[in-house]
Design a protein. Structure first.
Lengths: 119, 133
């Protein structure tokens, strides 16, 4: 997992959360632009999962750490889709804020993946 | 006319999301701990599992699933408040009590104090949306 991908994903997740915050403040409902940004974050998370699966054999990680690592990566894969399903069922400021929570949780998950992975 | 506001609409939707994230995180974490190193700190990990179940119950209650969701939500956030205050106080007074971190250790300081704020937010929301005659 060398290279800029984990950091780029962390920044992308925080950017997504920041954009959602603007939507919440302006009381705008989610649109295709927001969905597209989430799609990019989601695709990058999937790539990170594949990269981790390929490279995990070559690093020194205990069994528990491996379970933790892939637990976080799988959580990162489902957070935004579930967040969107839960959010889009209703048109309200609170429903849009659901995506803010999901975006921040996504950033936290990526941060934890970076911490668990031996540098 | 009797009103019975929903706990899962408006701001409640975001609150359910926060509880859902905590339910997932605390349950998954305690499962990993209990399955891989249960003998290191059994009390702390069992407590983490209890906390995880409390978050699951609060999420289900606030999301209005099941036969009596409001009662479930009240019980869960009440237990959560007592839990985080009790465990928080015990761990501050005697850090040796739990050899490993739990979600409620030091009032949830390891999770940005959110575990301390969350039960108050839950109680405030349940009160705000209480059924009124």
């Amino acid at each position: 997992m060398d290279g800029p991908l984990p950091l780029a994903l962390l920044v992308g997740s925080l950017l997504f959360a920041a954009v959602v915050l603007v939507y919440v403040v302006l009381d705008r409902t989610p649109d295709w632009g927001l969905l597209g940004l989430a799609g990019v974050v989601e695709a990058a998370t999937l790539v990170l999962l594949v990269v981790a699966a390929v490279q995990v054999g070559g690093v020194d990680l205990s069994g528990g750490a491996v379970v933790t690592l892939f637990g976080y990566l799988l959580a990162g894969l489902v957070l935004l889709p579930i967040g969107f399903v839960w959010s889009l069922a209703e048109r309200s400021r609170g429903a849009t804020a659901v995506l803010l929570v999901a975006g921040l949780a996504q950033a936290f998950v990526v941060l934890r993946v970076m911490q668990v992975w031996p540098s | 006319m009797r009103t019975n506001p929903s706990t899962r609409t408006g701001a409640g939707r975001a609150l359910v999301t926060v509880y859902g994230v905590f339910a997932l995180a605390a349950t998954a974490r305690s499962l990993v701990q209990l399955l891989t190193k249960a003998d290191e700190a059994p009390l702390a990990y069992a407590l983490s599992a209890v906390a995880g179940l409390v978050y699951v119950a609060a999420t289900i209650g606030l999301a209005e699933l099941g036969p009596n969701p409001r009662r479930l939500a009240w019980a869960a956030v009440g237990f959560e408040l007592v839990g985080v205050l009790t465990v928080g106080t015990l761990t501050v007074l005697d850090p040796e009590l739990f050899p490993d971190q739990t979600v409620w250790s030091a009032y949830g300081a390891g999770y940005g104090w959110l575990p301390l704020v969350l039960p108050f937010a839950g109680i405030a929301w349940l009160w705000h949306t209480r059924p009124r005659p």
